[in-house]
Design a protein around this ligand. Structure first.
Ligand code: NAD
Length: 431
């Protein structure tokens, strides 16, 4: 179980080759963190020793990938809930078990930690980990407030350690490829990004003992989580700002509990609009009482549209609409002609029927998580922090938290200047 299968090795090699074939320069401009793979083999050290803090659903999912990476030794785990400890030991039977994360941090044999606990605990654990001299992979959203995210970021910078956050789309082959295409200008000027994530379920986990309700369903309570914004928006806002290579400067929106009125405290229905300095807009909306449209980030350029989740892109200029659609347009025109106040100066827009092209020949089997963890292990071993990855994680977290603030306060929230990173200037504000 501790080695990649031949097939997995080939899949990874093919993936890196496919990306490379597109031209390393463009690729590294759009996704500079991929340079981490080029450095593999620069060191004689072959393995890193990782401790996982929080071995619930996500922690175990991450452990499943790391257990198959020959460059990782899953040396320790920490959780406060026995079923999570048992599940983790099923994946890494030899791992040392801790019930207090500070004892795991005191373990000098551990190089790096993966933090996958509920949101309200990330800040304390990440800061303590940097202070203890560990490298950190912290699940998104990084902190419960923008202040916490900023503090984590500067602890990382001042510590000189490696720092990744759980933004796996940064390593998803479809996103990597499409960002290179967007940045090369293939889809023209991007003036709007629409992101949405729809589900039709109560987002609850089964609880055997009512005393465990808040421990198991922490996502539904404000004390621990900011709901759809910190759990889902964080991923999609990162995609939008990666595409636009810019950070929006304000956000407005509305949130409510409209359907699941079951004692939860986080919204089940949110809509946010982020505005960039030049007026370009990015929306995020999410309801969990209808799943028809699923999830997507639609990136709208003057020459084309991209839907990375679906793995497709569409050019604006396509062959003339089929005769049937032209007929519908004409027919609708005539219908409205008959209504005097409607006027006749417009023609209804018929949605584009273009079926588009695939971004990659084959739908990749990975959503980027396994590659993100491989990259983290490489960085820990080679001691090189990949460019821009910590900043992508920081801004994704900051954006979803500012969105939540806009929903809570029902006002436009501006990105505070004091929380913008000047990450080319290598000075900490605290120095
Ligand atoms: N990147 C992604 O796509 C993605 C997907 C799912 C979850 N996540 C993130 O992963 C994190 C965990 O989510 P989850 O679904 O696994 O939650 P979970 O409730 O299944 O697991 C959390 C675990 O942390 C443990 N824990 C709580 N307090 C602890 C403490 N003080 N010390 C040690 N362990 C403690 C719990 O007992 C539990 O086992 C969240 O931040 C979530 O946003 C990320």
């Amino acid at each position: 179980m501790n080695d990649l299968t031949e097939k997995e090795k080939i899949d990874r090699r093919r993936f890196l080759k496919e990306l490379g074939a597109a031209g390393a320069t463009g690729l590294l401009l759009a996704s500079p963190w991929l340079s981490v793979f080029a450095r593999a083999g620069e060191t004689h050290r072959e393995r890193c020793r990782i401790g996982v803090i929080g071995t619930g659903s996500r922690g175990c999912f991450l452990m499943g990938f790391m257990a198959r990476n020959p460059k990782v030794e899953l040396a320790a785990i920490c959780d406060i809930y026995q079923p999570s400890i048992d599940a983790a030991l099923g994946i890494a039977p030899k791992a040392r078990v801790y019930k207090d994360y500070r004892q795991l941090l005191d373990d000098r044999t551990i190089d790096a930690v993966v933090i996958a606990t509920p949101l309200d605990r990330h800040h304390r654990m990440a800061v303590d980990a940097f202070d203890a001299g560990k490298d950190v992979y912290c699940e998104k959203t990084l902190g419960y407030t923008i202040e916490e995210c900023y503090d984590i970021y500067w602890h990382y910078r001042n510590s000189g350690r490696i720092f990744f956050s759980g933004q796996q789309r940064l390593f998803d082959p479809r996103y990597i490829k499409v960002m290179e295409m967007i940045h090369s200008g293939m889809f023209g000027e991007i003036n709007a990004v629409r992101t949405f994530w729809y589900r039709n379920n109560d987002w609850r986990r089964k609880v055997e003992d009512p005393k465990l309700e808040r421990h198991i369903n922490w996502r539904l309570y404000r004390e621990y989580s900011k709901g759809l914004m910190t759990e889902l928006a964080c991923h999609q806002l990162q995609v939008g700002s990666w595409a636009l290579q810019e950070i929006p400067d304000r956000v407005m929106g509305h949130g409510a509990i409209t359907h699941w009125k079951d004692g939860r405290e986080v919204y089940d229905n949110v809509h946010c609009m982020y505005v960039f300095g030049n007026g370009v807009k990015m929306t995020f909306d999410s309801v969990i009482s209808n799943k028809f449209y699923g999830l997507e980030e639609q990136i709208l350029g003057t020459l084309g549209t991209v839907e990375p989740e679906k793995g497709k892109y569409y050019f604006e200029e396509i062959p003339p609409a089929p005769a049937f659609l032209q007929l519908v347009n004409k027919w609708e025109n005539r219908l409205f002609d008959a209504i005097p106040f409607a006027g006749t100066s417009w023609a209804p827009e018929t949605a584009n029927e273009n079926t588009g092209e695939f971004i990659l020949g084959e739908r990749p089997k990975t959503d980027g998580t396994s590659l993100a963890l491989e990259a983290f292990a490489e960085a820990v071993i080679t001691r090189r922090q990949p460019e821009r990855i910590a900043e992508e994680g920081y801004y994704a977290s900051a954006l979803c938290l500012l969105g939540d603030q806009a929903l809570q306060e029902e006002r436009t929230v501006y990105f505070p200047d004091e929380f913008k990173l000047d990450y080319l200037n290598h000075k900490s504000p605290k120095q």
